[in-house]
Design a protein around this ligand. Structure first.
Ligand SMILES: Nc1ncnc2c1ncn2[C@@H]1O[C@H](COP(=O)(O)OP(=O)(O)O)[C@@H](O)[C@H]1O
Ligand SMILES: [Mg+2]
Length: 244
C-alpha cells in the first residue's frame, strides 16, 4: 500500500545493498535527499531520489521522472559551464529516478540566518545579501530561471577556516523546477518568489532585501527591465491577496 513514508520503500539499486553510509537529510514532496559517498568511501555525495508515485500511471510516471531528472541535470551542467556555482552532477539514472551530485559542505542560507550570532551585525547580512544577488544575477544572465528560489535552495559553502556563520560562497541547489527562458516575466517572478520567501522566513532580514536587488543589477545587464517588471508582479500579488 502506498503510504506517506516513502523513506521506508526500498532504495533503487545500487543503493539498496550498499554498505556505504546513507543518511536521510530531507524528505520533500518530490524527492528524498541522502548524504552518502561516491566512488571512494571518503568522497561525500548527495543522493537525490525521486520515488515513483504509485498513484500515477506507470508509463506516465516513468516519463515524468525521466524528464525531471534530465532537465535538472542539463540545467546544472549549463550552470557549471557558464560559471554559476552549483553542485557538480556525478551520476544519474533516469530509469530508477536518482541523481548523485557533489556534496556541498556547509549550511543552507536559511539555517545560516536562523543560527546567526547577533554580534554579526547588519554588515554581515548585507554581505550575504550581496552574494545572493550576485548569484541570482549571474544565473539570469546565462538565461536560466531557477523556479523555486528560497533560502533553503541556496547553500553557503563553508569549511573549518570559515569565520562568521554568514560567510561562505553561495551555491544554488534544487533545480527541479528550473527552465531556460528569456521572458522578462519569468525573471521577475523568480525574484518575487525569493522576495516573498525572505519576507515570510526571515522577517528580521527582509529590510535588507534591497541589497539583493542592487547586487543583482550589478551583474545582470537586463536588470533594469526585470526590476521594472518586478514592480508589476508585486502589484498583482497585492491585488490578489486583497481579493483573498
Ligand atoms: N549537494 C548538496 N550538498 C549538501 N546538501 C544538500 C545538497 N543538495 C541538497 N542538500 C540539502 O538537502 C536539502 C533538500 O535538497 P533539495 O535539492 O532542495 O530537495 P527538495 O526538492 O526536497 O527541496 C537542501 O535544503 C539541503 O539542506
Ligand atoms: Mg529544496
Amino acid at each position: 500500500m502506498a503510504t506517506e513514508t516513502t523513506s521506508q520503500r526500498p532504495l533503487p539499486a545500487p543503493f539498496n545493498n550498499s554498505t556505504d553510509s546513507l543518511t536521510l537529510i530531507t524528505q520533500g514532496a518530490e524527492a528524498l535527499l541522502y548524504k552518502t559517498t561516491f566512488l571512494t568511501p571518503t568522497t561525500p555525495a548527495a543522493l537525490k531520489i525521486r520515488p515513483s508515485k504509485p498513484w500515477r500511471h506507470p508509463t506516465l510516471d516513468k516519463r515524468l521522472t525521466r524528464q525531471r531528472i534530465l532537465a535538472e541535470a542539463r540545467v546544472l551542467a549549463k550552470c557549471k559551464r557558464d560559471g554559476v556555482s552549483v553542485p557538480a552532477v556525478l551520476a544519474l539514472d533516469w530509469e530508477n529516478g536518482w541523481t548523485v551530485s557533489e556534496w556541498i559542505e556547509g549550511v543552507t542560507v536559511k539555517e545560516a540566518l536562523r543560527k546567526r550570532n547577533l554580534e554579526e551585525g547588519d554588515s554581515a547580512v548585507q554581505s550575504l545579501m550581496q552574494r545572493i544577488g550576485h548569484a541570482v544575477g549571474t544565473l539570469h544572465s546565462i538565461g536560466v530561471i531557477h523556479g523555486d528560489l528560497t533560502s533553503s535552495n541556496m547553500m553557503l559553502r563553508q569549511d573549518p577556516t570559515t569565520h562568521g556563520t554568514l560567510d561562505g560562497d553561495i551555491v544554488l541547489i534544487d533545480f527541479g523546477l528550473a527552465t531556460q527562458a528569456t521572458q522578462e516575466e519569468d525573471r521577475a517572478v523568480d525574484l518575487y518568489v525569493l522576495e516573498r520567501a525572505f519576507g515570510s522566513t526571515h522577517p528580521r532580514e527582509e529590510a535588507l532585501f534591497g541589497v539583493v536587488l542592487e547586487a543583482y543589477g550589478g551583474v545582470y545587464k537586463g536588470a533594469r527591465a526585470t526590476l521594472r517588471r518586478l514592480e508589476d508582479v508585486r502589484m498583482r500579488g497585492r491585488k490578489k491577496s486583497m481579493l483573498g
